[in-house]
Design a protein around this ligand. Structure first.
Ligand code: GSH
Length: 369
């Protein structure tokens, strides 16, 4: 049986858990305790991240996207990658948006709101010492959660950016609430890879943390219902597929616009800076987790954050898909993209990245298909 190693409190574990449940793949969930890190995760993956999937033939895979793609290969029925070019592009874009951008409101609400913070500390403690007393767990949770709580400034989450991030999240909730009033999932009656990208932050943090959960249920009840469909194996057992004729509901366009407005400039600047970094470090083999700083904008607010090259590995997936479309399919995607959005997707990537043994490396200059 597959084993999913992770924790209830973990954003990307939630993404994979929902996927496994949707696909009806039987799995056992193993809590990522310090012992599991020491005996399995670190020796087998070389890194300290969850989720980790252990397959029945003992392959050990880290990274939620690699796990899903591995499983898609073995369980192709009801693929989470729609066949139509518009739907597939939107699905890939919204995966990057959920995974790499909605982590901002997720972290902000978890660590800046006292009630959420207290809950999360206790939860980190439960993961670290599952059998200890509540007091011991709290003390362990304080220590275990410190690097996560301390990551906010690196992500550009500061007192200065707080109001803008909150406002953007509330507007996103309103947009998604309208969308999910008409559709069970992003693209119809089954989840796509974009749903799994969004569920990470929108479940583990923004639904499950108590104050955030209340906010979501009150302000955007249809979003909370979608979260419940995503996390509940029973509710996920439905027969419908994606909308016919490669249709992308108009109600998703504000969400796509929000992504292009806030996140895509960061991705383009990350690519530009990584190219400079490669030129300055021609012999470096591994790309560090962060390579410098950039200024990002949400509404009228500007703040600094670190530059995370891993973001490009995710962006590349959507970008490559778009670049490979033939003229007819490209014309079809024009119905969901503005001309500036087309510009961002059709400008060649200045540098490519690849993942090898859970490390990010510079990719081949010319992609081999
Ligand atoms: N892109 C990775 C991200 C994994 C990740 O950041 N996981 C978090 C927990 S949700 C973690 O293990 N963080 C440890 C750290 O940042 O040092 C994935 O999709 O699996």
């Amino acid at each position: 049986m597959h084993k999913l190693i992770g924790a209830p409190v973990s954003l990307y574990t939630g993404k994979v858990r929902c996927y496994l449940q949707f696909k009806g793949i039987s799995f056992e969930e193993v809590l990522s305790t310090p012992q599991i890190f020491k005996e399995l995760i670190i020796p087998q993956t070389g890194v300290r991240y969850v989720p980790v999937l252990v397959t029945p033939d003992d392959q050990v895979i880290q990274d939620s996207t690699e796990i899903i793609d591995h499983l898609e290969h073995h369980f192709p029925n009801r693929s989470v990658y729609p066949a139509g070019p518009c739907q597939r592009l939107v699905a890939l874009l919204l995966e990057v948006y959920g995974d790499e951008w909605l982590i901002n409101p997720a972290m902000l609400y978890r660590w800046k709101i006292e009630e959420n913070r207290e809950f999360a500390i206790q939860e980190f403690g439960r993961t670290r010492l599952p059998d200890a007393s509540a007091e011991e767990q709290y003390a362990a949770g304080l220590e275990a959660s410190a690097p996560f709580a301390g990551a906010l400034p690196r992500l550009g989450i500061t007192d200065h950016s707080r109001a803008a991030i909150e406002q953007s999240y509330l507007s996103l909730l309103d947009e998604l609430n309208i969308h999910f009033s008409g559709h069970d999932y992003l693209l119809g009656d089954q989840p796509c890879i974009g749903d799994f990208g969004l569920i990470g932050p929108l479940y583990a943090h923004l639904y499950r943390d108590p104050a955030s959960g209340r906010l979501m249920r009150e302000r955007a009840p249809q979003v909370a219902r979608w979260v419940e469909r995503m996390i509940s194996p029973d509710a996920s057992r439905h027969d419908g597929g994606f909308l016919p004729n490669d249709q992308v509901p108009d109600t998703l366009l504000p969400v796509i616009n929000r992504m292009f407005d806030e996140q895509v400039p960061v991705l383009l600047e990350t690519a530009r800076q990584l190219k400079e970094w490669v030129e300055a470090n021609p012999n470096a083999e591994d790309i560090p987790r962060a390579i410098g700083t950039l200024r990002y904008r949400v509404g009228d607010m500007e703040e600094e954050r670190l530059v995370f090259p891993y973001n490009l590995w995710m962006w590349q997936r959507a970008h490559d898909f778009y670049s490979d479309l033939n003229a007819e399919k490209l014309r079809a995607t024009a119905s969901v993209l503005s001309s500036s959005q087309v510009g961002a997707l059709s400008t060649p990537l200045p540098v490519r990245v690849q993942r090898e043994a859970n490390t990010l490396k510079i990719g081949a200059v010319h992609r081999v298909d």
